[in-house]
Design a protein around this ligand. Sequence first.
Ligand code: 2AM
Ligand code: MG
Length: 285
Amino acid sequence: MEDPWQKAYDFAVTVARKAGEVIRKAGESEIKVSTKSSTVDLVTKTDERVEKIIIGSLKEEFGEGTHCFIGEESVAKGEPCILTHKPTWIIDPVDGTTNFVHGFPFVAVSIAFAVNKQLEFGVIYSCLEDKMYKARNGKGAYCDDELIQVSDVKDINKSIIISEHGTDRSPEKVKKIFSTMQKILCIPVHGLRGSGTAATNMCLVATGAVEAFFEIGIHCWDIAAGAVIVKEAGGVLLDVDGGPFDLMSRRMVSANNEVIARRIIKEIEIFSAERDDDMCEIQLE
Ligand SMILES: Nc1ncnc2c1ncn2[C@@H]1O[C@H](CO)[C@@H](O)[C@H]1OP(=O)(O)O
Ligand SMILES: [Mg+2]
């Protein structure tokens, strides 16, 4: 059967590459536009410019009426963040903005596409490394056209785990994050890592470089494309409480297998994060 979303998938790869070129040319000296008070959440003019380029290209190609768009910068400006049954693009123009500002070399463009609330494909362009990760539902995951697969490690003692510190600097949350990291490190595991971008972290799970990545506080645009890529590389996605993965919950464990995922879940100290779809009062359907 012909894949109805083949054209959208190919277009997403082209747009992600184009966006990555803009990011590379912009360099690291971009001006910070805003920093929210209790958090350290950086935004640059490049984030906004690149999102406009991506959404503008997609609207031109697929029409504004039939497709919906959830983009990090658009949501920041008050656009709704609700996943409906309509074909929906979920976009993070610059994942790893803090890295970008500092010239830390992991910055990704993340573009996912969902229909009937199911993710159909995900594309992540790690633009400073020039690596294109992509996956379509049921069709495997690729890095630069090479099939990728998660690691087959089942022994947590032989694993590397990724987590991040997030953007919230309230002492209670930071304490929980470090307490979780301490417990996981002392299992013991081989190491703890973090690239500073959720999208790249998920690609590292998908290629088998690490066994798992988990985080609380991430948004749907950070992980939507990565979720397809991890799943298609043979990995699993769960909620941090062990329940089913929920794209809008701002919590996620992605891992090479369920044994590793559930071992990590035992150690996670959960803290609250307002759901992505709670931040907006409008119901679109
Ligand atoms: N409030 C939050 N807490 C934790 N991580 C967040 C976050 N907001 C964004 N992130 C994302 O999580 C990773 C680092 O923790 C990055 O991918 C970052 O995306 P960003 O660079 O697009 O903001
Ligand atoms: Mg992001």
